[in-house]
Write a protein that binds this ligand. Structure first.
Ligand code: DAT
Ligand code: MG
Length: 149
């Protein structure tokens, strides 16, 4: 079953948006298989954003993601990687469609509330970067027959 890594960034946690955001993925029908609140180390932040290392905004990005608690999550479901990206919306919240998390809840690219893996390879890499195997719970919700034909 497909899995993706999502993280509510320090702005989302500080603004009290954790419940609202988790609720969107829950009510959509995806399954939560990993969840923790943590202060992100500089080492983890730099590893997570390694692809952006050469970009001018990299230092600010690391500064921001380490500035307060983050809610790290793994969600499971058919097509969850692409669907979560759609639900999150464009990188710049000002360009994100209404109805998306960034489109509904944000106004600035440096405060865009949530991270979501962008492809199967990155999802796998990010899940194993942020979670140990034993922190992930495989389970089948009782409502599954009401979500899948
Ligand atoms: P996304 O988070 O939509 O996958 P990304 O991977 O291109 O976007 O960039 C990672 C984060 O870096 C993004 O959430 C916010 C920040 N960022 C991206 N482009 C930026 C820019 N031009 N200026 C400032 N911050 C930027
Ligand atoms: Mg990205």
């Amino acid at each position: 079953m497909e899995r993706t890594f999502l993280a509510i960034k320090p702005d989302g946690v500080q603004r009290g948006l954790v419940g609202e955001i988790i609720s969107r993925f829950e009510t959509k029908g995806f399954t939560l298989v990993g969840l923790k609140l943590l202060n992100v180390s500089r080492e983890l932040a730099e590893a997570h954003y390694d692809v952006h290392r050469e970009r001018p905004f990299f230092p600010g990005l690391v500064e921001f993601i380490t500035s307060g608690p983050v809610v790290a999550m793994v969600w499971e479901g058919d097509g969850v990687i692409a669907a979560a990206r759609k639900m999150i919306g464009a990188t710049n919240p000002l360009n994100a469609e209404p109805g998306t998390i960034r489109g509904d809840l944000g106004i600035n690219i440096g405060r865009n509330i949530i991270h979501g893996s962008d492809a199967p390879e990155t999802a796998q890499k990010e899940v194993s970067l942020w979670f140990k195997d034993e922190e992930l719970v495989s389970w089948q919700p009782q409502m599954t027959p009401w979500l899948h034909e």
